[in-house]
Design a protein around this ligand. Structure first.
Ligand SMILES: [Zn+2]
Ligand SMILES: [Zn+2]
Length: 58
């Protein structure tokens, strides 16, 4: 799981509600997906969905 947006390098920690992933786990922030990528992955052409928020159990 990538910790940053591949487009703008915005930090996307595991508990970030802004992280979006495509079917191949390309990771972008919601702002880039909605305003720049138009919900189409520039790497593989897939669409995005919200990355599930993972709680870290330590
Ligand atoms: Zn971004
Ligand atoms: Zn992709």
């Amino acid at each position: 799981m990538r910790p940053v947006c591949e487009h703008c390098n915005k930090a996307l920690p595991n508990d970030s509600g802004e992280a979006m992933i495509c079917a191949y786990d390309c990771t972008f922030c919601r702002t880039c997906v909605e305003t720049i990528l138009k919900n189409k992955c520039p790497n593989c052409g897939g669409t995005f969905e919200k990355r599930p928020v993972k709680k870290t159990t330590s």
